[in-house]
Design a protein around this ligand. Structure first.
Ligand code: NAP
Length: 340
C-alpha cells in the first residue's frame, strides 16, 4: 500500500444549487471547493476513492418528506463512498484502512468513525463494496430472500435486470433454485448479457414492445414472484402475470423518478384482491442485520464463479454528475461508480 498522502486544506464537492423539475439538468449542480476539516476526537478523515451514484439520490433532490432527508440547496450532496483513512482520531481505524461511508459526492470526507464500516483487506476490489458486496447487493439479497421469501421452484421476474440490484436478484434466484428466471432491460446488449452470461432463462428488451406481451411470452404459465425496480407498466404486467398467492417485492420505481405527472399504470390493482397477492415495499436500511451473512454468502459465490457482476466506471470527480445522469438514462451495466 502506498503511504497516505498528506491532506490538502480544500477539496471539491458536488453541490445541489437548484431543485430539478423532471429530468435533472447540469445547471442544477455545481462542483465547488470546500474546506477539508481536520478530524476531532472520535473522527476520521477519509480520501474518497470511489463514489456511488444511485437512483434514490434523485428523490433526495426533491423537497419532500421521505425515509431519507432531502438534499439542501446550496450544500454538498451525500451518498455512498469507499475511501482510505488518512487521519484517524479513533482507535477503531488506522491510516491506510479502507472504509465505506455516506459522505460521497466529494473528494475528502471528515466523519465520526462510528458512521464508517470497515472494508476487509484484499477480499474483493474496493468498488465492489458499493455494489455487489455493498448497498445494492444487500438490497438484492434481502429483498429476494427475506422480503420476497424466495422458494425453490419459484418462477421469478425481475425488472431493471441488468442493473446493480436486478442482475444480482436474477442470479441469486437461479442459485437458490428458482424454476424460471426472467429479466427485462433496456437494450439488446443487456438482454444478451442476462441470457448468455448471467444464466437467466429468458430476457427481453422492454423498449421492443408491450411489457405484458413480452412477459407472457417469456413466462407463459405465469410468475410466482416479481422483484420490481421499475414500477409503471412493468408493475402492471407483473400483477397480470402473477399467479394466485403470488408475491411482489417493491424495491424501486425508477420509471417515475423524473416524471412530472403521475404514472398511467398500473391500472389493474384490483387483481391484488382477486389473486390474494402479497405486495410489499422494502428498504435496504431495514436489513443491515443480514450484512454479515450476505457478505459471506455472496463472497463465496464470487470466489467460486457462481455469481458474476459488472460495473460501469466513470473517472474523476468532474464526471460524477455525468455518471449519475447516465445511470438514470440506462448507460450503466451493473453498478455505476465513479473512480477518483
Ligand atoms: P441500476 O439498475 O444499476 O441503474 C438504473 C437502471 O434503471 C438503468 O441502468 C436503466 O436500465 C433503468 N431505467 C432507467 N429508467 C428506466 C425506465 N423508465 N424504465 C425501465 N428501466 C429504467 O440501479 P440500482 O441501484 O440497481 O437500482 C435499481 C432500483 O432499485 C431502483 O429503482 C432503485 O431506486 C432501487 N433501489 C432500492 C433500494 C431500496 O432499499 N428499496 C436500494 C437500492 C436500489 P435500462 O437500460 O434497463 O433501462
Amino acid at each position: 500500500m502506498s503511504a497516505s498522502p498528506s491532506p490538502p486544506t480544500a477539496g471539491r464537492a458536488w453541490h445541489l444549487v437548484s431543485r430539478p423539475h423532471g429530468w435533472p439538468a447540469a445547471e442544477d449542480f455545481d462542483l465547488r471547493p470546500v474546506p477539508v476539516d481536520r478530524p476531532g476526537p472520535g473522527e476520521i478523515l477519509v480520501r474518497n476513492l470511489f463514489l456511488s451514484v444511485d437512483p434514490a439520490m434523485r428523490g433526495r433532490m426533491n423537497d419532500v418528506k421521505s425515509y431519507a432527508p432531502p438534499y439542501r440547496v446550496g450544500e454538498p450532496m451525500t451518498g455512498g463512498a469507499v475511501g482510505e483513512v488518512v487521519v484517524s482520531e479513533d482507535p477503531s481505524f488506522a491510516p491506510g484502512d479502507h472504509v465505506v461511508h455516506q459522505l460521497g459526492w466529494r473528494e475528502w470526507a471528515t466523519l465520526p468513525a462510528r458512521q464508517a464500516l470497515p472494508v476487509p483487506a484484499g477480499k474483493a476490489p474496493l468498488s465492489a463494496y458499493l455494489g455487489v458486496l455493498g448497498m445494492t447487493g444487500l438490497t438484492a439479497y434481502a429483498g429476494l430472500l427475506e422480503v420476497g421469501g424466495l422458494r425453490e421452484g419459484d418462477r421469478v421476474f425481475v425488472s431493471g435486470a441488468a442493473g446493480a440490484v436486478g442482475s444480482q436478484v436474477g442470479q441469486i434466484a437461479r442459485l437458490r433454485g428458482a424454476a424460471l428466471v426472467v429479466g427485462s432491460a433496456g437494450s439488446a446488449e443487456k438482454v444478451r448479457l442476462l441470457r448468455e452470461e448471467y444464466g437467466f432463462d429468458a430476457a427481453f428488451n422492454y423498449k421492443d414492445g408491450p411489457v405484458a406481451e413480452q412477459l407472457a411470452e417469456a413466462a407463459p404459465d405465469g410468475i410466482d414472484l416479481y422483484f420490481d425496480n421499475v414500477g409503471a407498466d412493468h408493475l402492471e404486467a407483473a400483477i397480470g402475470a402473477l399467479t394466485v398467492h403470488g408475491r411482489a417485492v417493491i424495491c424501486g420505481m425508477i420509471a417515475q423518478y423524473n416524471a412530472t405527472e403521475p404514472p398511467a399504470a398500473p391500472r389493474n390493482l384490483a387483481q391484488i384482491v382477486a389473486k390474494r397477492l402479497r405486495v410489499e415495499g422494502m428498504l435496504v436500511m431495514d436489513h443491515q442485520n443480514l450484512r454479515p451473512r450476505f457478505i459471506e454468502e455472496v463472497a463465496g459465490w464470487l470466489a467460486s464463479g457462481a455469481l458474476a457482476y459488472r460495473e460501469t466506471r466513470r473517472e474523476g470527480i468532474g464526471n460524477a454528475l455525468d455518471a449519475f445522469l447516465g445511470m438514470l438514462r440506462g448507460e450503466n451495466i451493473g453498478k455505476m461508480v465513479v473512480a477518483l
